[in-house]
Design a protein around this ligand. Structure first.
Ligand SMILES: Cc1cc2nc3c(=O)[nH]c(=O)nc-3n(C[C@H](O)[C@H](O)[C@H](O)COP(=O)(O)O)c2cc1C
Length: 356
């Protein structure tokens, strides 16, 4: 096992010194553009989308793109997933060359096409193999290795995470992120943070609590009730990246910050759209910004029709025109748009005439 260089070690420790609020790894979401945006809004640490080890080892373009980190994209960890311990260890060496702050192994993805093949949360069905695999990855690289997992496969009454946490620490894993649901739960039901607390009591490595943290007050309660070193936010960040600043204000200064104004919301839409188009080209850039719009525009007077106008065009110029109009109207104290919502058939008719 190559020793972790002192500078890397010191950096890793410093990541957890101040109860970081971490952007969760999310496939098709936490790309470099979104990581930058969340970092600017207070995320203390980011994790890439999960990267398939076979893709990495074959030199596949998508995998190579996902592990590429620009110099400003820091601190960012790279997450890898796979079902074969040897291949995970080999891929860890490839990912290490991209110089993330640490490597994370995904042992939490519940999606059947992944977990049924033994990858992601599939490892929870074989705790012994999971520990052996983690040890092999730890020994393959000179970077700290962490694991993101769930409390169990489901529906155990006493969750295996408590014993697993200790065994993973013994295997050399340097931090754990616990999504406080079982794999069987997917995203349904409530996350039970008490399991993160029980696991936390068994180990001396940092534990990050994850699942259903939607507000600054949730983050404070999750940290205080579990004693965890960090908190991770996924879905709420997609719709409301301001959540990171809100958490920091509450955790660091006990302050409740004012919600974003309508103008802040429109500005964020414009910035995210422009950055996505610059990174991915017009069509893909416009389309992949859409999943954020309903959250970004929430609460603005006229939001539903505004969102519809943005969601029914693939043209950057048209989106910018719609946002500029909305901004001008909001500045005058008017609703962002007075257009009514179109029916499905009206939208279809417009699409057909645009294609003709
Ligand atoms: C769209 C989407 C993609 C996700 N992709 C990943 C992934 O690539 N790796 C991972 O470990 N978890 C992934 N997750 C799970 C999240 O990281 C997180 O554990 C989960 O959403 C619970 O946190 P939340 O309640 O804050 O959303 C994904 C979740 C969502 C909604």
């Amino acid at each position: 096992m190559a020793p972790i260089p002192p500078t890397v070690e010191a950096r890793f420790r410093s990541l957890f010194a101040d109860r970081p609020v971490i952007l969760a790894p999310m496939e098709d979401v936490t790309d470099p553009v979104f990581r930058k945006l969340c970092r600017e809004h207070g995320a203390g640490l980011c994790v890439t989308e999960f990267v398939n080890v076979e893709g990495l080892l074959r030199g596949c373009k998508t995998a190579a793109r996902k592990i590429t980190l620009e110099p400003h994209d820091t601190p960012t960890a790279i997450q890898i997933y796979g079902s074969d311990a040897t291949r995970l260890a080999e891929a860890a060496r490839v990912a290490e060359a991209a110089q993330p702050v640490y490597l994370d192994i995904n042992c939490g993805c519940w999606v059947p096409k992944i977990s049924s093949r033994g990858a992601g949360a599939g490892w929870l069905r074989e705790p012994d193999s999971m520990v052996t695999m983690a040890k092999m990855v730890v020994e393959a690289v000179a970077l700290p290795v962490t694991v993101k997992t769930r409390i169990g496969w489901g529906p155990e009454s006493h969750m295996p995470i408590v014993d697993l946490a200790r065994r993973l620490e013994d295997a050399g894993v340097r931090a754990l992120t616990i999504h406080c649901r079982t794999a069987k739960m997917g995203h349904s039901g409530d996350a039970d943070w008490s399991w993160a607390q029980k696991a936390r009591e068994k180990v001396s490595i940092p534990v990050i609590v994850n699942g259903d943290v939607r507000t600054a007050d949730d983050a404070r309660r999750a940290l205080e009730s579990t004693g965890c070193e960090g908190v991770m936010i996924g879905r709420r960040a997609i719709e409301h990246p301001w959540v990171f600043d809100e958490c920091r204000a509450l955790l660091d200064r006990g302050e409740v910050v004012a919600p974003p104004s309508a103008l802040d919301r429109i500005t964020l839409c414009r910035e995210h759209l422009l950055a996505n188009v610059a990174a991915r080209g017009e069509l893909h850039g416009v389309q992949c910004t859409r999943r954020h719009l309903s959250g970004y525009l929430k609460g603005i007077h006229g939001a539903a029709a505004l969102r519809q106008k943005l969601n029914t065009t693939d043209s950057l110029a048209r989106c910018l025109e719609v946002l500029d109009e909305a901004e001008a109207r909001v500045r005058r104290g008017e609703p962002a748009t007075t257009d009514r919502l179109l029916t499905r058939s009206e939208i279809l008719a417009r699409r057909l005439s645009a294609d003709a």
